[in-house]
Design a protein around this ligand. Structure first.
Ligand SMILES: Cc1ncc(COP(=O)(O)O)c(C=O)c1O
Length: 360
């Protein structure tokens, strides 16, 4: 069976280094916000070309804390509207709600799965204060267009880069949220997340917010939370960062093979402009009878996943929105299937995935 993602295999090359880190960790006896978190924040800021990196508990918290920081400095207020894509993982929308802001959904482009920048302006009202594009499946959203709409209407831009570590083509003028959930291109061995920014004042607020609103122990200046990047996860991430570009390159190479060798008129392949703006966190195909294809692949020993089966506005958790209609997002959720793509796959497995899809 070709697993969708074999995390044991993904992490195997790092095991010796992880064990060394674990030994140092036990030896050191410092468990919270220690030298590994500090080193990771330096490493990841440098990797992203950003001035600051703030390590936090997970990707959802990274987004919520960005909004809370903007509220803290008076750039956002409770009840302000934030433009978000209707096609995303629900965390994006939960983050907006979690900061007492109002998500306003905008349809994606069917080809890229990302927010359709042509449809943003018609959703802007007096209450709109921010745009939250998601670089879904690892491909950058239309950042130039989004940036110019934001400038024209004086809006903040907060990027959900949870799936797009290392995607190239955007500047660092915005706030960016990352997740290091184990399955990500840069994955921890548990939950972890980070924020990158060039804004000194906001970085200072964020460092405090993630740690009970405190800079000096037991002195609390603002109402914060406990969402610190775990010291041990930071140590593991420090081991993996140097290999991230290589992993992304391997993913692009496999994607190139899939895009040129999968030939089946029942399958729509994802759009990619061949630039480094895509890190292929996921390779997502579309087909009219998705469940049938999933079943066929499973019978042929290939595990797949669906990202995602139910759009956020149709989730029970958001029942006030269940009556809304976002036909493109709904079509995407009905038709998508993610096939295995990661650095742990070997050539025989890649060949088999291609052949099996072509024989469908
Ligand atoms: C697009 C997107 N945003 C946010 C998140 C939240 O990240 P986490 O699971 O680390 O909280 C995820 C995570 O899986 C994601 O895919």
């Amino acid at each position: 069976m070709i697993k969708f993602l074999d995390l044991k295999k993904v992490n195997q090359p790092f095991e010796t280094a992880f064990k060394q880190k674990m030994e140092q960790f036990l030896e050191g006896g410092w468990y919270i916000l220690g030298s590994e978190v500090k080193l990771f924040e330096e490493n990841f800021a440098q990797y992203c070309g950003a001035k600051h990196c703030i390590g936090v508990g997970n990707g959802l918290d990274a987004l919520v804390l960005i909004f809370k920081a903007y509220i803290q400095v008076g750039k956002l207020q409770k009840g302000d509207e934030v433009i978000v894509p209707s096609n995303t993982y629900i965390a994006t929308i939960l983050a907006v709600l979690g900061a007492d802001l109002v998500p306003v959904l905008v349809e994606p482009k069917l080809e890229t799965f990302n927010i359709n920048s042509d449809l943003i302006e018609e959703k802007i009202s007096d209450k709109t204060k921010a745009i939250l594009p998601v670089h879904l499946y690892g491909q950058l959203a239309e950042m130039e267009e989004i940036q110019s709409i934001a400038e024209k209407h004086n809006l903040l831009v907060i990027e959900d880069a949870a799936q797009a570590h290392g995607a190239i083509g955007i500047g660092n003028q915005n706030m960016r949220a990352y997740s290091f959930y184990p399955g990500k291109n840069l994955g921890a061995l548990g939950d972890a997340g980070a924020i990158t920014t060039n804004d000194d004042a906001l970085a200072e607020v964020l460092f405090s917010l993630r740690n009970y609103g405190s800079k000096v122990k037991y002195e609390n200046e603002i109402i914060g939370v406990n969402s610190r990047l775990d010291e041990l996860q930071a140590a593991f991430l420090n081991v993996k960062i140097p290999e991230l570009d290589k992993e992304n390159q391997i993913r692009r190479k496999i994607a190139k093979r899939y895009l040129s060798e999968i030939k089946n008129n029942k399958i729509v392949l994802p759009f990619w402009d061949n630039s480094e703006n895509h890190v292929f966190h996921l390779f997502v195909i579309r087909t009219a009878n998705r469940n049938e294809l999933k079943e066929y692949l499973l019978k042929n020993g290939i595990e797949t996943m669906i990202h995602y089966p139910i759009p956020p506005h149709k989730q029970k958790a958001l029942k006030n929105w269940n009556c809304l209609s976002f036909p493109i997002a709904e079509k995407i959720h009905d038709e998508v299937l993610s096939i295995p793509l990661n650095g742990a796959l070997n050539q025989i497995e890649i060949d088999r995935i291609i052949t099996t899809l072509n024989n469908y």
